[in-house]
Design a protein around this ligand. Sequence first.
Ligand SMILES: Nc1ncnc2c1ncn2[C@@H]1O[C@H](COP(=O)(O)OP(=O)(O)OP(=O)(O)O)[C@@H](O)[C@H]1O
Ligand SMILES: [Mg+2]
Length: 252
Amino acid sequence: MGVGIEVSELNAWYGSNHTLQNINLRIPANHATALIGPSGCGKSTFVRCLNRMHETNPVGRVTGSVLIGQLDIYTQASPVEIRRRVGMVFQRPNPFPTMSIYDNVASGLRLNGYRNRVVLDEVVQRSLEQAALWEEVKDDLKKKSGASLSGGQQQRLCIARALAVDPEVMLMDEPASALDPVSTAKIEDLIFQLKSQYTIVIVTHNMQQAARVAENTGFFLNGRLVEFDATHKIFTNPRDKRTEDYITGRFG
Ligand SMILES: Nc1ncnc2c1ncn2[C@@H]1O[C@H](COP(=O)(O)OP(=O)(O)OP(=O)(O)O)[C@@H](O)[C@H]1O
Ligand SMILES: [Mg+2]
């Protein structure tokens, strides 16, 4: 089952650039939460703070706390452990290009020490089914490489790869922005299926997409979380004038 995320007093920097300022936010378990806001407002930086990726940047720095369930990810676990529990999918699909489809999906498990063929076969199939890709690739699992798939298939392969290690949280940073409408619809359907089991955070510039997939939405502006509320509230009756200006297209 997914677990909730509780972010308190989160600040992040790139060198002297104070990119995220005092973010406080509770993301409910087993729901999808959308993050919106103009380019450069800090959405990607924020999601990268939820799996300790921000600190892999040589000038990246984070303060504050992030609880995933009961676990304080900055003080109670290693980055490796956190990245198993918190899967991430990026805007550009990034499968391992020369690895087979099978090896792409199995890579995280192997990294965690799994070698049993039967277990690997099972998990690869289950993950590809969850990612709605199994039917399209089941005959080519070991014949075709990650790079030989279409963009939409590659993105679903990356989702399968992330699901294979059985995470509790899935972070998706504009997962469909490089995809055609059919592939986008598949990813959105997938988010619907997945949220019964996982906690999903999706960054999107597509407000219709946020409205379709997410129960809650947060609006970021200039490194701050301006407003967080039920999606329908954000889009129909926001509390903050800046949210209203953004969603009605007055800036951004
Ligand atoms: N690797 C980096 N090094 C230095 N500064 C960065 C880096 N990545 C992002 N920034 C800065 O941090 C701020 C927030 O960027 P971020 O990528 O989080 O925004 P975003 O909301 O995801 O934007 P977009 O919608 O364009 O993806 C911007 O001012 C950006 O210039
Ligand atoms: Mg971004």
